[in-house]
Design a protein around this ligand. Structure first.
Ligand code: M6R
Length: 589
């Protein structure tokens, strides 16, 4: 949700470098983009509405500069217009700011500044930041920033330059910012891929910290105490290829194919660590699984894994709803957060609520050093590599696999779980063959013109039916809804008419017969039944065969759903990597 990238270097081609790095963050927002770079003439600004990927910095003839900050926007406050694009500058064009997050009390601050005579050109909360810094500049650049952020309510990551200071200053609370340590250059970004072609050595900036950087120095301070903080250099394991599309047309397709390896990587964890998590779950009084969107559907699947495999009751709550359950939180309660990015604001808030009650917090994320991982008492990582398409694919199957393994560990059957998941990983590898992909594409072509689509599942495939709806909605913009099969006859069946496509996710467990009966009920109302199952049934008009996978059928069933969503998007002329109105990492509430 908005990407920030900044660089201060000994070389004077930072503008081009920053634009190229910003392109790697386009998945975080693609409404507009902008850059400010500094040279002897002051601060220069270029802003455009649309995607940064369409812009060629080599043709832009940027003047030489060794300091640049840039931003790709997912609009929250103020429409998609050039005047609302970042960076925002003060009246004299001497200070420029980029921002990710929301300043919740910006209206109050804006009114205060207007009374002092400040004029605003945009509708954003970000412009308040730069004007407020300007209003405190008598205290000096650094103090002005400190005084400004002390006034904020909400979450923010900001990066600021001053025409008269040979440094970049950045601060964060709740929104991500990572520092990259280059050779004679220093970077600050919302995510690592922005600078991965220059360095893989990072410093994590924590909440309520400020950092001042030059090309060769970095100083971290606590915004609470003003004390200087020492940071450890961390070498991260991602390589550039992991963060690129390679020969694939889209990140989404590449990430679907990455699942040939990622399911196995997710469950390749140390036995000690998994058993430690399992023991803590067993000893806890109440477990909540929380997550948003796809990760939320995985968390909901966790309820079924624990019911069937571990024979333990756990609760699921969408992270945004979780704070309403605070009365049930005890110090012995365990809250288990699932998040690909590790930066989702609703999940962070859920964890804050849990920690306030003294509960223990576990997390399962993909990004080492992410805010959620750092906030957790125990953090596990799915090791899926960067997931850049907005639609979550490989992260979801990896989360499912690791959660299922934990359920087996709680049941005292870790080895059985490992064996099953090894088989599942090989099933996924086998599924992703050209014939299967072409068949799924052909099914997508048959239904791409439809306006409505329904998906049903039972047991662990019920949350997967809901996940399928998310995938199809975001990537193809077809109206899709996922239900528990048994729920249809209580209302939604009224929507079925001749030819309405209905996807049926059949599990390889005791739910099989019932979900097929539900499919037959739909067919008798005229629905076109697309069965995703390990066995063909007469009621299927189209059949997508997946290998028999027992309790892990939810993992194998998701593969054709992801491919279908991708090809539905392509057939409908959409960019599957960048769905309308969405951003990869939702760092606002
Ligand atoms: O990074 P997270 O896993 O916390 O993100 C949660 C959701 O925003 C995310 O899963 C979203 O629903 C995806 N776009 C779905 O494909």
């Amino acid at each position: 949700m908005c990407g920030i990238f900044a660089c201060i270097s000994k070389d004077n081609k930072t503008a081009v470098k920053v634009i190229n790095g910003l392109k790697k963050l386009e998945y975080r927002g693609y409404d507009s983009w902008g850059i400010s770079y500094k040279n002897a003439n002051g601060i220069n600004v270029v802003k455009e509405v649309g995607k940064i990927s369409a812009f060629d910095p080599e043709e832009a003839n940027f003047a030489d500069s060794n300091v640049a900050i840039a931003h790709t926007r997912w609009a929250t406050h103020g429409g998609v217009e050039v005047r609302n694009a970042h960076p925002h500058l003060n009246k004299e064009n001497t200070i420029a700011v980029v921002h990710n997050g929301i300043i919740e009390n910006y209206i109050e601050l804006k009114n205060e500044l207007i009374k002092k005579g400040y004029e605003f050109k945009s509708d954003t909360d970000t412009e308040v930041i730069v004007q407020m810094i300007d209003s405190y500049m008598d205290f000096g650049f650094e103090k002005a920033i400190e005084k400004t952020v002390a006034r904020f309510e909400g979450r923010f990551a900001i990066v600021v330059i001053d025409k008269n200071a040979d440094e970049i200053i950045a601060c964060r609370r709740g929104s991500p910012l990572i520092l990259g340590v280059g050779k004679e250059e220093t970077f600050i970004a919302s995510d690592i891929p922005a600078f991965l072609s220059h360095t893989n050595v990072v410093n994590y900036i924590d909440d309520d910290e400020m950092v001042k950087i030059t090309s060769s120095e970095r100083h971290f301070y606590s915004l609470r105490t003003g004390d200087e903080i020492q940071k450890r250099d961390i070498q991260i394991e991602w390589n550039i290829e992991d963060a690129e599309k390679g020969d694939f047309t889209h990140f989404m397709l590449k990430e679907i194919f990455d699942q040939k390896e990622t399911v196995q990587r997710a469950v390749d964890q140390s036995d000690e660590e998994i058993m430690a998590v399992a023991e803590k779950i067993k000893k806890s009084k109440g477990v909540f699984f929380v997550g948003c969107g796809t990760a939320g559907k995985v968390a909901k699947a966790g309820e079924y894994f624990f019911a069937h495999v571990a024979k333990r009751h756990v609760n699921f709550a969408p992270a945004s709803e979780f704070p309403l359950f605070h009365n049930f939180l005890l110090p012995e309660t365990l809250v288990f957060a699932i998040s690909q990015s590790g930066e989702t604001a609703d999940v962070l808030e859920a964890l804050e609520v849990a920690q306030k009650a003294g509960s223990t917090v576990f997390s399962l994320t993909n990004v080492v050093g992410s805010s959620i991982a750092r906030k957790s008492d125990i953090s596990l990582f799915i090791k899926a590599g960067p997931e850049k398409a907005v639609a979550s694919t490989k992260a979801a199957t990896s989360q499912l696999a690791l959660l299922l393994l934990i359920a087996y560990a709680v049941a005292g059957k870790l080895e059985e779980g490992k064996k099953l998941l090894l088989e599942i990983s090989s099933n996924v590898n086998d599924l992703l063959n050209p014939r299967f992909v072409a068949h799924t594409e052909s099914v997508a072509k048959k239904i791409a013109h439809k306006d409505n689509l329904f998906i049903i599942g039972k047991g662990v495939n019920y949350p997967m039916a809901e996940e399928s709806a998310i995938k199809i909605q975001e990537v193809s913009q077809i109206h899709a809804e996922g239900f528990a099969g048994g729920e249809l006859k209580h209302g939604p069946i009224a929507m079925i008419e001749e030819g309405t496509p209905c996807l049926v996710l059949v599990g390889d467990d005791e739910s099989k017969q019932e979900i097929v009966s539900n499919a037959i009920e739909l067919k008798s109302r005229g629905a076109m039944i697309i069965g995703i199952a390990s066995e063909k049934h007469d009621c299927f008009d189209e059949f997508i065969r997946v290998p028999e996978s027992g309790v892990a059928s939810c993992i194998t069933n998701l593969i054709p759903i992801q491919l279908l969503s991708f090809y539905l998007g392509v057939e409908r002329g959409l960019d599957p990597d960048m769905p309308r109105n969405l951003a990869k990492s939702v760092t606002v509430k």
